[in-house]
Design a protein around this ligand. Structure first.
Ligand code: ATP
Ligand code: MG
Length: 327
């Protein structure tokens, strides 16, 4: 099995996009001792976070990983800031990525557009992300479509480092799902569903009650031409509903689309499918949330495993650059 790494920020409540685009796939496709899953708290603080909320969310995030089916006795589940090598390698990555490259990142443009204070960390975020991935000789990175550009940058930076200093890093590949690679906001279907965007009616939370999920789908924005067809450009709202229903029921979009002529039943069935998919995850989550000490233990042993793996690659990179050995 290939080495796999993926991360999620404890920056807000997890949503359906995080589940279909990332979490669900981890347990299905990457339940292996070669897989590392990370709660990337250092990425979360690139925008202001309330300290108490950040603490609570970090544990919540771990429980959602576990509730989605990851077995901590098989995979490594850990918190990014528990492994200082991430920050150390990030500096080497900042010195390998160019200002121009970082300036072209669409996530930076989108996130910095929305705020008065833009931290330097928000700008260098992709360098830290490259470090996260390269630190474990990662071959595959299961992510949603929104991370495609950051993954390309990670590959470019890895190749540049390798050509400057000799073969040091494995050049990783993004693994992007076929259905629901980019779940869109139900109220604003030309923007992706996001933890950090204020759109409570357009965002379906992983822990939303069934009645709330039904209400949100019922009110989902569509269009006026009353035709069920998959066409992301012309019909973003309807296409999003089709893609969610297809992913939630493990069918193809074509197959799903052929079954509807009206929006009402499509919305109702998409809601029902999402309720069914999230139900068992919510049940497991409730059990895990009752025992935070157990979760902390899992994260402590994950960090220990991750630190050991990261140390090897960090030393290799330090040595390649010409930094003196520490001992
Ligand atoms: P933020 O708004 O804070 O950036 P986010 O919702 O984008 O939060 P991340 O923690 O940045 O979530 O990403 C975690 C994982 O979820 C990544 O693999 C990302 O590609 C995936 N993901 C995020 N949003 C979506 C979405 N709308 N559809 C599919 N996958 C998504
Ligand atoms: Mg994001």
């Amino acid at each position: 099995m290939a080495r796999v790494f993926s991360g999620i920020q404890p920056s807000g409540d997890l949503h359906l996009g995080n589940y279909l685009g990332a979490l669900r796939r981890f347990a299905r496709e990457a339940q292996s001792p070669e897989s590392l899953f990370c709660i990337v708290d250092l990425h979360a603080i690139t925008v202001p976070q309330d300290p108490a909320e950040l603490r609570a969310r970090t544990i919540q995030m771990a429980n959602l990983y576990l509730a989605s089916g990851l077995d901590p006795d098989v995979v490594t589940l850990f918190v990014q800031s528990h492994v200082p090598a991430h920050s150390e390698l990030a500096w080497l990555m900042e010195c390998t990525a160019s200002f121009g490259e970082l300036s072209r990142m669409t996530q930076f443009k989108e996130k910095s557009d929305r705020r008065d204070f833009v931290s330097a960390g928000l700008f260098t975020y992709p360098a830290l992300m490259a470090a996260d991935i390269l630190l474990y000789d990662t071959a595959q990175v299961p992510v949603g479509d929104d991370q495609r550009q950051h993954l390309e940058l990670t590959r470019d930076v890895a190749m540049r480092f390798n050509s400057r200093y000799g073969d040091t890093f494995v050049v990783p590949e993004a693994v992007i799902p076929k259905a629901a690679a980019r779940v869109m906001d139900l109220q604003n279907p030309t923007s992706k569903m996001s933890k950090s965007t204020e759109s409570p009616q357009g965002t379906v939370g992983m822990l939303d009650e069934p009645s709330t999920i039904e209400k949100k789908f019922k009110r989902a924005v569509t269009d006026n031409d009353a035709e069920v067809r998959y066409d992301v450009e012309a019909k973003p709202g309807v296409s999003n509903l089709l893609s969610i229903l297809a992913a939630a029921t493990d069918r193809t979009i074509e197959d799903v689309a052929s079954g509807y002529t009206q929006y009402g039943p499509l919305k109702a069935d998409a809601a029902a499918a999402v309720v069914e998919v999230l139900g068992p995850v919510q049940e497991r989550y409730a059990e895990l949330a009752a025992d935070p000490a157990q979760t902390e233990k899992i994260l402590a042993s994950g960090a220990e495993k991750a630190r050991a793996a990261a140390a090897v690659v960090l030393d290799r990179a330090r040595d390649a650059v010409g930094l003196l050995p520490r001992s």
